[in-house]
Design a protein around this ligand. Structure first.
Ligand code: FAD
Ligand code: NAD
Length: 481
């Protein structure tokens, strides 16, 4: 017999599990079905993010950073550690444990919030019905008033460089390497390319990234992106821009990659090659056609501003609907959708979605870059302040980087904040809060910041917009500039 729910969420990643939890908190009888299977055969909630994305990549970034610091940075603090040894097996076991702890947390949250969680595949059958098939073949049909598609995304494959899960791997494979490759190639200098490139480069792999575009991180303020590229290059990442990969062939011992740069054909060999050229929506076997859920020309589920698809009673959130493919964007959409279905006037502010690249130094931003603000027709004024002028950064021996504020010259409203430096992944939220409340540069100038903290650089950048930074040269561009 088919059980009836108020809401069925298909997919238990950052889009799906918060939708389910919030819906249950609001009194809805909720089912969440998730199909994730780990490489060790276990099943877990949390989707790409907790199992093969945000969390395991940050675990390895942390471990590899400590390995690098112990080798290269402890001495300046007067700490001698002798020979620093890498135990990759242990590092990888910790990475798995971190993921499992997080995904186990989701299971507990489901129990605590009375969400029914099922491992298996969900399929739209039309007419408010969802077909469920467990991984051991058990089948059931459920019905619900509301159905939410939160099936996420998968890596884009390149026909010219087919993933064989051995020599040529995707981001998931790149998280699970059991040995440090001597030479590592990466196609794509996007977020995954530079984060996972940093991990394996710190652990000893000679790393080369082939990027089709002519420049680095085009969505980031170019003053910040330029500094980021300088630092990554200094750390040994060889990033080749304007490099068009023609083909990659996996052999027994290595991968041969042919690419074209500046009109010249080049050949290069790597022990491993990571393909990191973006992600695409995942709707395979979901039954969108049967249920009347329309997809756009790139395969994303089409929704209106209230996450409603073309089919009555079916909604969608997260990576599968496009926009920024970020976990926190997916979470916000899920929570807002559950609240809207409960009749509340909730909405996501897409103007302040923060982004972070977890390299060292970290790169983070919210809102427009100077280039984007000008292109959007704003007359802008900007101010920036370097971490070299920050006492806490000096005490931490982390003085590389800066914070740049982009404001509207007429209204003084903050349009964007772009930053590179220590823990800017944490600092960017101050910028988001300011922008969420419609802050002007003056509002930030008048906000007291504790001393000594890294956040003082945000304050100084705001002061620099009007030419009165105290602790740094006033690197500002007034409106006329
Ligand atoms: P997903 O997390 O992909 O979850 C979808 C879930 O649905 C999966 O569990 C899938 O198995 C399941 N599913 C699919 N089809 C069905 C079906 N028919 N039935 C049942 N279940 C189904 N974002 C950040 O914000 N910060 C980061 O630091 C970050 N790091 C990343 C690092 C890497 C290496 C990668 C690959 C991604 C990273 N991301 C990061 C992006 C982030 O992981 C995604 O934006 C986020 O996971 C999207 O959430 P989602 O719920 O939409 O999709
Ligand atoms: P991306 O879009 O960030 O970068 C892909 C890069 O590959 C681009 O620079 C693109 O120009 C390049 N490229 C595409 N085709 C190419 C080709 N044929 N040859 C050479 N270069 C090519 O995608 P990604 O790095 O794969 O990440 C996927 C998604 O996961 C992103 O949307 C990102 O938001 C998300 N993610 C986020 C984080 C984070 O928030 N810290 C970390 C990892 C991933």
């Amino acid at each position: 017999m088919s059980e009836n729910y108020d809401i069925i969420v298909i997919g238990g990643g950052p889009g799906g599990y918060p939708t389910a939890i919030r819906a249950a908190q609001l009194g809805m009888k909720t089912l969440c079905i998730d199909s994730w299977i780990n490489t060790d055969g276990t099943q877990s909630f949390g989707g790409t993010c907790l199992n093969a994305g945000c969390i395991p990549s940050k675990a390895l970034l942390e471990s590899s950073e400590l390995y690098h610091r112990a080798q290269h940075e402890f001495a300046v603090h007067g700490i001698g550690v002798g020979e620093v040894k890498l135990d990759l097996k242990k590092m990888q076991e910790r990475r798995t444990a971190v993921s499992k702890a997080n995904s186990g947390g989701v299971k507990m949250l489901f129990q605590g919030n009375k969400v029914t969680g099922l491992f298996g595949f969900g399929k739209l059958l039309g007419g408010g019905k969802v077909g469920y098939k467990s991984h051991d073949g058990k089948e059931e049909t459920f019905t619900a008033k509301h159905i939410v598609i939160a099936t996420g995304s998968e890596p884009v494959n390149l026909k010219i460089a087919p993933v064989d899960k051995d020599r040529i791997i995707d981001s998931w494979g790149a998280l699970e390497l059991a040995e440090v490759p001597e030479t590592l190639g990466i196609i794509g200098a996007g977020v995954i390319g530079v984060e996972l490139g940093s991990v394996w480069s710190r652990l000893g792999a000679k790393t080369t990234i082939l990027e089709a575009l002519p420049g680095f991180l085009p969505m980031v303020d170019q003053a910040i992106a330029k500094e980021g590229l300088k630092q990554l290059t200094k750390q040994g990442l060889d990033i080749k821009f304007g490099a068009k990969v023609l083909n990659a062939k996996a052999g027994k011992k290595d991968v041969t990659v042919e690419y074209e740069q500046d009109g010249k054909k080049e050949t290069i060999k790597f022990d491993k090659l990571i393909v990191a050229v973006g992600r695409r929506p995942f709707t395979k076997d979901l039954g969108c056609d049967v249920a009347g859920v329309q997809l756009d020309e790139r395969g994303f589920v089409k929704t209106d501003a209230h996450y409603k698809t073309s089919a009555e009673g079916i909604y969608a959130v997260g990576d599968v609907i496009g926009g920024a493919m970020l976990a926190h964007k997916a979470i916000e959409e899920g929570v807002v959708l559950a609240e809207q279905l409960h009749g509340e006037k909730s909405e996501v502010n897409y103007r302040t979605v923060p982004s972070v690249v977890y390299t060292n130094p970290e790169i983070a931003w919210a809102g427009m870059s100077e280039e984007q603000a000008k292109a959007a027709g704003h007359e802008v004024k900007t101010g920036s302040s370097p971490f070299a002028a920050n006492g806490r950064a000096r005490a931490m021996e982390s003085i590389v980087g800066m914070i740049k504020i982009i404001s509207d010259a007429k209204t003084d409203r903050v349009l964007g904040v772009h930053m590179i430096g220590p823990y800017v992944s944490e600092l960017v939220t101050e910028a988001v809060t300011a922008m969420e409340y419609g802050a002007t540069t003056e509002d930030i100038q008048l906000t007291m910041h504790a001393h000594p903290t890294l956040s003082e650089t945000f304050h100084e950048a705001a002061l620099a917009v009007d030419g009165h930074a105290i602790h740094s040269a006033n690197k500002r561009k007034p409106a006329a500039a």
